[in-house]
Design a binder for this molecule. Sequence first.
Ligand SMILES: [Zn+2]
Length: 240
Amino acid sequence: MATKLLYLYDSYLREFEAKVERVSGNQVVFDQSAFHPLTGGVGCDFGWLVKGNEKFRVVRVEIDRASKVVSHVVEAEPSGLSQDDMVKGAIDWDRRYCLMRLHTAAHLIAAVMYRDYSALITGGQVDADQAKLDFNLPRTDREVFEDAVKKANEEAAKRVGLKVYFLSRDEALKVPGVVKLAERMPPEEQELRIVEIPGIDLQADGGPHVKNTGEIGGIRLLKIENKGKNQRRIYFTKSN
Ligand SMILES: [Zn+2]
């Protein structure tokens, strides 16, 4: 059965209770989890599982795309855990909050790159210490990216509240601006999670974000790489 993904509804949930559905080797599956797996271009959470006096360190979290089952990989084989046990999960909040801030920053940079330079995002990865984004853009001048980061910082400084909501596929097809997202969704996905930064960005998105762009802090451009014809990659991080 698919794991209920608690972070979709509350990205600020740091602790949760869950029932063990399966333990195989050093991988544990629960009925529900607040741990974000490595997916959607955003790094996974680390953290701990606690049962009574026993504590297990979570070092990796994965999701199976087809079954939507989340596996929590623990450091050492959890011999004290078995099916139907109730455990407490606690995510490494410092790491998660970095992921949330940089992920939201990535939205702003991508939105500015599209708005002002017609550059389409072709890939990316958000880690806790830095993030990278790939764009389809013929120009290689550093000023383009410096300008985009400067404008993303200006957008962040406006302290805009994000909106996260769910729409059925049918509802989404009626909302201007969401239609394109709905059309891109595979037909078996009946519900879209929409992440909106009012005035600048709207995405169908399953990742954790901050509630307000003011939480991002400053965004700092680290470097630019030329990755081939029209492919430019930028690395950035938080400046505070
Ligand atoms: Zn996102």
